[in-house]
Design a protein around this ligand. Sequence first.
Ligand SMILES: C[S@@+](CC[C@H](N)C(=O)[O-])C[C@H]1O[C@@H](n2cnc3c(N)ncnc32)[C@H](O)[C@@H]1O
Length: 255
Amino acid sequence: MSTINLKKGNSLDLLPLLGNESVNLIFADPPYNLSGENNLTVKNGKMVTCDKGEWDKIENFHEFNEKWLKECIRILKNDGTLWISGTLHNHPSIGFLLKKLNLWIINDVIWFKPNAAPLLSQNRFVPSTELIWVASKSKKYYFDYQTAKKLNYGKQMRNLWEMTSEKHKTIHPAEKPEKLLERILLIGTKENDLVLDPFLGSGTTGVVAKKLNRNFIGFEIDETYLEIAKKRISETQPDYPMNFFYTFEQTKLNC
Ligand SMILES: C[S@@+](CC[C@H](N)C(=O)[O-])C[C@H]1O[C@@H](n2cnc3c(N)ncnc32)[C@H](O)[C@@H]1O
């Protein structure tokens, strides 16, 4: 049975409370800083200014990234891995910091969304990807290659992951698909390992950690989202390993 620990607050205040080298895997889905007049998006078929919420409007964005990233590095075990999602709005800042802070960059995973929303303007390509930096503190890190291969029907897994965006289960505007986190936690951790998500949102990482029997710590600044995450995680039942791989095999047969 996994331990789930959810806290409301600013990660910049909460991360310093965690011990050195105490966590096996960190999944960070931070603010991308894409809300604002310079970014347009499509809502109900109309072009509108992108506005994910106040949490996505960060002053001194690069400094903010450096602060939480430094804490994550301190907390991460020497053989642990750090997975950070982003788009072109934040991945240059994160990539620069990973190098500056001497992390070993293992991969840049490209998540390709074949069902990405169409673009109304005709001045650029349709954004249909997110990038996930995968990094570690040393070159000896835990990575379950065989499970990755199994998840890819017996073939080596590439860094291009094609996954449709799922219909959101909550009102959170940036909810990640559970299948994305399933892949990350199955490859990056063992049962009973400890997973941290410093930007919990609607709780997707916690839901998947509980399903897969991983221990979990999640921080969220917004009361409403924290309550959504708590409810979602409390309604989740552990589902690993039998059911998980059984479902997976069925999916394969149905393809
Ligand atoms: C991109 S969303 C995460 C979405 C999440 N992965 C999911 O599947 O629902 C980022 C979340 O981080 C929260 N957040 C922003 N700044 C924060 C901070 N300094 N400390 C803690 N949480 C923060 C926001 O309220 C938002 O819910």
